[in-house]
Design a protein around this ligand. Structure first.
Ligand SMILES: NC(=O)c1ccc[n+]([C@@H]2O[C@H](COP(=O)([O-])OP(=O)(O)OC[C@H]3O[C@@H](n4cnc5c(N)ncnc54)[C@H](O)[C@@H]3O)[C@@H](O)[C@H]2O)c1
Length: 257
């Protein structure tokens, strides 16, 4: 992918989307951020799409994409980072309105924006898409709708990669582990999440920084990954690798030196 066109980052006003938009702008890409609660990013040249952009609203997504391209030029890179976290519940207390909200935004929304932008990229035979999934879509947890939605994001990533592969358009996913965004920090501060329990199962014994997810996304958008499509890249500080070791007495501490 060349340096022409724009990169659209959904959910770009906060968290992983904001870190990605900032990094890509620093790397010299023209970046447009779109968000349901749009706020500019201080200190970066990333362009704010000022109208609220709801990824789960089919009509708004179609008109938003058309409006963004009319105003700023063809989208050659797309980062689908808009999303909401899963509410933790025992299965019998999962409320179906909450289920619908998570699936609508995290899965349906990712599909709607990927399709809306991807068909345009395919027609132009040029572009790369990165969907933000989650290690939650590769493991299990008491967040029943979220894990299903994120597994779905990993699946549609493969399907769309195959769908548009002959056009040269690439579609990949990243799966962050627990990532130290303001939203996650707030969860820790409120006592809803326990920092130690988030960190200790990971091989690296820590959370992921938003910039680390952004760097993986930037790689998947860039020509440096020109041979890669349809993959799901965990950026998880070794959460998947390390989390089964509790069954064997835990991960070894660093020794020596
Ligand atoms: N932070 C983590 O630990 C973590 C881990 C794995 C995956 N993720 C995923 O990363 C993505 C970004 O999460 P984050 O941690 O940066 O969260 P965040 O809450 O900091 O940012 C999410 C952004 O998406 C926007 N948004 C929410 N609903 C939207 C909608 N319907 N339309 C458009 N924008 C909408 C929000 O306004 C916000 O700006 C999400 O898909 C999330 O599931 C996060």
């Amino acid at each position: 992918m060349g340096a022409d066109g724009i990169v659209l980052v959904t959910g770009g006003s906060r968290g992983i989307g904001a870190a990605t938009a900032t990094l890509l702008a620093e790397q010299g890409r023209r970046v447009v951020i779109a968000d349901i609660a749009p706020e500019p990013l201080a200190g970066t040249p990333a362009i704010l799409w000022p109208a609220p952009f709801d990824v789960a609203d089919e009509t708004a997504v179609a008109s938003g994409i058309a409006g963004i391209e009319a105003a700023h030029g063809p989208i050659t890179g797309l980062v689908n980072s808009a999303g909401v976290f899963g509410k933790m519940h025992p299965v019998e207390r999962v409320r179906m309105d909450q289920w619908d909200r998570e699936v609508n935004i995290d899965l349906r929304g990712t599909f709607l924006v990927a399709r809306g932008v991807g068909v345009r990229m395919a027609a132009r035979r040029h572009g790369a898409i990165v969907n933000v999934a989650s290690v939650a879509g590769m493991t299990s947890g008491p967040i029943h709708a979220y894990t299903a939605a994120k597994a779905g994001v990993i699946q549609i990533t493969q399907t769309l990669a195959a769908e548009w592969g002959r056009t040269g358009v690439r579609v990949n996913a990243v799966s962050p582990g627990f990532t130290r965004t303001a939203a996650l920090e707030a969860g820790i501060a409120s006592g809803a999440l326990n920092k130690r329990l988030l960190e200790s199962p990971t091989a690296l014994n820590r959370m992921v920084e938003p910039i680390e997810v952004a760097q993986a996304i930037a790689w998947l958008l860039s020509p440096m990954s020109s041979g890669v499509t349809g993959i799901n890249l965990p950026v998880d500080a070794g959460f998947i690798a390390g989390s089964t070791w509790a069954a064997y007495g835990g991960l070894p501490e660093a020794s020596g030196a």
